[in-house]
Design a protein around this ligand. Structure first.
Ligand code: NAP
Ligand code: FE
Length: 369
């Protein structure tokens, strides 16, 4: 048996964990930049709690609240410039995956006056500023991953970077901050977390430890499936989903993702489909495609979901997400070729050819006319 395991993030999990451990915010300097989206930090209640603590410790702070959904290189360049000019000591990311991913790029750009494209070199003269991450969605696990996934308009897709220095230093993971999410965002982000666990579990890079985390995540997601379908999502379900999300983040920190994410990026880039939903729509065909390569593991996924066939599994996901997308043959060709360029495609259990991706896309989306 051979594996490595590293999570560079101190995790505090549970209701009230930020207030209980507030002294941690006082360890990273005297000036902070809060990086967030237009509404999530306030709606979740996390920003109020953070501001109260910063004022108590007399930490000076500014707020950059212009992070877009699926942030672009241009977007993080603006945040990074502001952080550099303000000369802040640390970054506090509050929000879903978009603000958390942006905060990693901002932390690097604050310490390095480089072009945003150079983020993808993944080697920097100066270490990024310390990042505190406070998730307000339960899906990406970005609070415990090193990854920052940014929209590249130059390549018409999304691409990630990250190294061991871009793990947030501390993550405050409190389901109370996820209660203000809409039903759709709750479901979409939950499916993203499932996708991380499942893709990591079936990945060529999976390890015994990442598998243990993935199995726990898939099992608990299965326990929440009915509540998600019925829109009967109480605090204990929200807490479980946030736990699944964190576990999924720890899994992909070691395995990366695979073709579900690669294909999903095109649906997000070209059709504006939310990230988690974009992933979920591919799950049925992804499992069928990979079945022969990793049948024991896929049988385990089905067992954890308490179903006996991939179609029964797919039907559960279909009850959560509406597939209202039709693609033309040209779009299918383009998405398949873009996915072939993603590094994560090579981590898929089966060796992937472009024609395989076309087949998955056609089975999922080809318009009848
Ligand atoms: P998101 O894009 O961060 O947020 C989606 C929407 O939900 C936004 O409108 C956001 O509002 C709103 N929202 C978030 N929390 C809320 C709350 N508590 N109450 C009310 N509204 C709330 O969605 P996400 O799915 O969490 O993140 C997606 C991004 O993460 C993608 O770019 C994806 O590629 C990336 N990702 C990263 C990793 C990783 O390892 N780093 C893994 C998977 C995905 P605001 O506009 O106010 O923010
Ligand atoms: Fe994801």
């Amino acid at each position: 048996m051979q594996f490595g395991f590293q999570i560079g993030t101190k995790v505090l999990f549970g209701k009230g964990c930020l207030i209980t451990n507030k002294a941690l915010l006082n360890k990273f300097g005297k000036k902070a930049l809060v990086v967030t989206g237009k509404g999530s930090a306030k709606a979740s209640g996390a920003l109020d709690d953070v501001e109260e603590i910063l004022k108590e410790y007399k930490i000076e702070y500014s707020i950059y609240d212009k992070v877009e959904n699926n942030p672009s290189l241009e977007n993080v360049a603006e945040g990074g410039k502001i952080a550099r000019e303000l000369n802040v000591d640390f970054i506090i990311g509050i929000g879903g995956g978009s603000p958390l991913d942006a905060s990693k790029a901002v932390a690097i750009l604050a310490a390095n006056d480089i072009e945003p494209l150079e983020l993808y070199k993944n080697v920097f003269d100066n270490k990024p500023l310390p990042i505190i991450a406070i998730p307000t969605t339960a899906g990406t696990g970005s609070e415990v991953t090193p990854y920052s996934i940014l929209t590249r308009n130059d390549m018409k897709t999304k691409m990630s970077f990250g190294n061991e220095d871009t793990f947030p230093k501390v993550a405050f993971i409190d389901a109370a901050y996820t209660e203000s999410m809409s039903y759709e965002t709750t479901v979409n982000t939950a499916v993203d977390a499932l996708s991380h666990a499942m893709e990591g579990f079936l990945s060529r890079r999976s390890t015994p430890v990442s598998d243990a985390l993935a199995i726990e995540a898939i099992k608990i997601f299965g326990e929440c499936a009915e509540a998600l379908i019925d829109n009967n999502i109480d605090f204990s379900v929200r807490e479980k989903l946030l736990y699944v999300s964190m576990l999924g983040g720890m899994v992909i920190s070691h395995t990366g993702t695979t073709i579900i994410h690669g294909l999903g990026y095109s649906l997000t880039y070209f059709k504006d489909i939310p990230h988690g939903k974009a992933n979920g729509l591919f799950m049925r065909e992804y499992l069928k495609y990979n079945y022969n390569a990793v049948n024991e593991k896929i049988n385990k996924v089905l067992e954890l979901f308490k179903v006996s066939t991939i179609d029964e599994f797919g039907d559960i996901i279909d009850k959560m997400l509406k597939n209202d997308i039709n693609l033309s043959s040209e779009e299918i060709q383009l998405y398949a070729s873009l996915t072939m360029k993603q590094r994560s495609t090579s981590y898929n259990a089966r060796e992937v050819a472009e024609g395989d991706l076309i087949d998955i896309l056609e089975k999922t989306f080809l318009s009848p006319n």
